[in-house]
Design a protein around this ligand. Structure first.
Ligand code: SAM
Length: 220
């Protein structure tokens, strides 16, 4: 188990935390947690403000392929895959790699990239509909924090179960300073569970997780 940032080549965009904090209401939170059209492709107050493919995940896929030594014919799963951008880019980065995704959002499934049609499963991270050790690597980015703590532990356990040899990567919301924590609280819409890295490490230990992990920080 190692703390390693496999999203280091993800472009860092500035977030207008002040605008989100001022606009945010209980209704925005309720709607964003439905993971429907508003969350992905509605106004920024409800989530992404337009979740569109732009190829940014190719670099991340390349780094993950290298990290685990993945080869054509191997199988990789993205839990909380949204519209399947990373699934698509895994196959772009390594033709012959068998990439799949799972997400709770029917909207995301229905608006996925054409290349991943038939590769995405509608379901919850809480109960992965796959046999033990059925993937050569499993990734889960910015998804586990959308569960309440006991469920987050269960989802981590599920990732560990379906991954082979602890080849997994989980990234979740966290903060390093009180200032980052305040920014996170102003920004957050969907997350139920968030913590300092040490708190997340306790969750990983409770779940018996042996994969890698890193944090998403909100920076102003
Ligand atoms: C912040 S988005 C991350 C999407 C993608 N991994 C990325 O980084 O662009 C969170 C995703 O988690 C999905 N999600 C929320 N709860 C989930 C659950 N219980 N099981 C599976 N997916 C879930 C949402 O539908 C959404 O696609």
């Amino acid at each position: 188990m190692a703390e390693v940032n496999l999203l280091r080549r993800y472009p860092s965009g500035k977030r207008n935390v002040q605008k989100r904090a001022t606009a945010k209401t209980e209704e925005h939170i309720r709607i964003s947690r439905q993971y429907g059209k508003e969350y992905f492709d509605g106004a920024r107050e409800y989530g992404y403000g337009g979740y569109r493919y732009d190829g940014r995940w190719v670099a991340i896929a390349e780094d993950m392929i290298q990290h685990w030594g993945l080869k054509p014919g191997m199988r990789v799963l993205d839990v909380g895959c949204g519209k399947g951008f990373l699934v698509k880019d895994f196959m772009k980065a390594l033709p012959g790699l068998e990439a799949f995704g799972l997400d709770i959002s029917e909207y995301a499934m229905m608006h996925c990239e054409p290349e991943v049609v038939g590769r995405l499963h509608l379901g919850s991270a809480l109960k992965l509909p796959f046999p033990d050790k059925s993937f050569d690597a499993v990734v889960c980015i910015n998804t586990i924090h959308n569960l309440v703590r006991p469920e987050a532990v269960e989802a981590v356990r599920e990732i560990e179960r379906v991954a082979r040899d602890g080849k997994a990567y989980i990234q979740v919301d966290s903060y390093r300073t009180e200032e980052e924590r305040e920014l996170f609280l102003d920004w957050v819409l969907t997350a139920y569970t968030h913590d300092w890295p040490e708190g997340w490490k306790r969750i990983f230990a409770e779940a018996g997780y042996t994969g890698d992990y890193y944090w998403t920080y909100v920076m102003g």
